[in-house]
Design a protein around this ligand. Sequence first.
Ligand SMILES: [Ca+2]
Length: 529
Amino acid sequence: MKLASIFPCLFAAAFSATAQAEPAAPRPNIILIMADDMGYSDLGCYGGEIRTPNLDNLARRGIQFTQFYNNAKCAPTRASLLTGLYSQQTGSNVLRNCATIAEALGPAGYNCYMAGKWHQQQLPTDRGFLRYFGLADGACNYFNPGAQRPGEPVPGRKSPGEMRRWSIDGQEIHGYTPDDPNFYTTDAFTDYAISYLEDSQTPEKAGKPFFLYLAYTAPHYPLQAPEEDIARYRGKYMIGWDELRAQRRARQVEMGLIDPAWAFPDRDEKSMPWSQADDKEEWDLKMAVYAAMVDRMDQNIGRLLARLRELGQEQNTLIFFLADNGGCAENVNRTPDIPPGTLASYRTVDLPWANASNTPFRKFKSWNHEGGISTPLIACWPDGIEPGGQTDQVGHIIDIMPTCLELAGAEYPAEMNGEAVLPIEGKSLAPVLRGEIREGHEWLFWQHGESRAARQGQWKLVGYGAQAWELYDMKADRGETNNLASADPDRTEAMARKWFEWAKRCNLSKKTVEMVPTPGASRSGEIAN
Ligand SMILES: [Ca+2]
């Protein structure tokens, strides 16, 4: 009896000693934070003057990507981010033939939460998330997305009387009218995100890792921010956009984010010089509100991180931060008589400032030139990433899902919601996070509206509408100032052929493909039908 009872104890002790010597690394929690319509240079750690200490600190404690790409616009970026596929394959916001990150992480034991902007057809709670609070649509009033409340003016809206789709845990709300008179979307999304962090640590859930997707609407229009945040920036932008671009670029060079040998593109052709701008006070106010929106987002990220720390989860949580597309040049001025910033206004920051946001690149949101598709990507994970790194390895938002799956030990589903799931297009970034050189994508492709692009190694092919393809050497000229299409017609044609193959494989519409010049057209100048 004695021996029988001792041996199991010895075995158990030996087993337990081994287990203690080499404990299996616990899988990380993952927090994915996304900004909306934010330029490459807006954060302090990417050369901006806007106060973003919390994001800068994440970058210092983690790794900063200098060549990370999105899909140039809200819904297509979100579709790719969530699925690891090109958005054309999922029907963009239809999310067909795909599994979301949450649908893959859930069966692997993760509790999945979301707060903020969804912008897909179904709801997050239909696609793997346990809890959700936020704007299921694309944009809304920051102070009151719903009906006018007593004692306040009519909330500024894109179209009169519009009631954007919101949702709380699967319940749809058309026009969310907050009770709190101090409601502000960026604060509210964070409040919910913090409540989800707390939920993830309740006794019945604490044994499991969590995935939290926090998608801010900031700094997408309408330009609206709390007064105290705007005040911090008033007058600061009287230096004008030409000087702002120069200062941001100089800091990017100093930080080693960009190569000083790259030619700096001229101010966008549609932007007047600052010296010729009328209403300089109003221009200053616009950019001050925009900066305040980014600042407020950073303050909220600080609040989220503080709670994460208090809950003892900071060390083993991987945090990603990125933007869904570049700075937005659209002019949506619904309240010309009401200055930007307040609940009653509905204004945009406009092209000249968006041009500065996207320093040192050309073009804007919706374009496939670098200004439209380049985003900061910060990854911080104390238990898994060496601090202080910067990488110029090329990545794309389709890579986020496979990265999460690899680190979670989750399987990529073959079938979801009764549909076959397409093979994943993204490749895990985990080797980059470990400080290794990964085998990247041989090809990356883009198309949004009339904009299109392909990248292979250092070469990028890009075009718009029926205009001829342009060819750039990203190693020598990421500002896309020196079009090499005529100098290297063979490469231009070969890359264009690849883009058409991709367009066919991903079922791009006939209309989209028909407008694009055929491979080789640049030699003769002909435009194909
Ligand atoms: Ca966006």
